[in-house]
Write a protein that binds this ligand. Sequence first.
Ligand SMILES: [Zn+2]
Length: 304
Amino acid sequence: MPPRAQPGALAPTGSGVLDGRLIVVDPGHNGRNFEHVDVRRPTIDGSEGPLCNTAGASTAGGVEEVDIVWEIGSKLTSLLRRQGATVVVTHVDNDGFGPCADERGTIAKYVNADAFVSLHADGAAAGSSGFHIIHPAPSPRLQPTSVTSSARLAVFVRDELVVIGGRPADYVGDEGLHERDDLANLNTADRPAVLAELGNLRNGLDADLLSATSSYEPIARAVARAVVRFLGAVPDPNRLSADIDGDGQTDLLIGAPDWMVPTTTTTSAPLPPPEPTVPAPTTQPPPSPTSSSSSSTTSPAATG
Ligand SMILES: [Zn+2]
């Protein structure tokens, strides 16, 4: 098995609402994974296990998921460190192979992370669009608290992406949330853990969005806000950042860093509106289970 990239711990660069917290950021895949797509994990008995790690999806124009999530993950890492968090990244550059999907989750368990966030973009059918946040299903190997806290974290991430104009997926999950029992990194993390599929790269709207580097900062800030709210580092985290007191106006959380102000309040929405790219049929066909993403149907270790 070729050598896998190693995680790295990045010290805080500031002090703030995340002082003393430890977050694992996992930019999905790695830049040289494409050279090792057939590598499988050895199992305890020596037989071949699941795929170590896949190369990831890409847009029709050739923009790679691995590069998109690396950039967003780097911005997310920077934001979290500035607010006092130590961030462990599953790989320190985008020019290696791995770690394997299960190893990425194990890192979060090993360091007893306060949260594990894995960033991805999907490669589903072109007619499908939107983001979805995957959280682990109950399993004997996971503490019940990990399962429930992961579901909570997923809601925060979903909500914050909606705040900046994100559209929950129209092809998988339920209102942007999807519970799964087959993702190796979520199944090994046993900490509050989510895998964000930020959009479908095979869809034109999503591909345009995620190919635009101007989208990366708002997305990173949204995910960072979700982590801050999840960790209870701000008063009343159960309110949307966009409207803390429910008066219809956007509010800044008391004691929150200024980057928690949703970017949609000062700039145009970075995400495209939910306009259909084709004339809407008079009746909506039911979602086809076979239309879900390639990564949703591959082996447990294939995503991550
Ligand atoms: Zn991926």
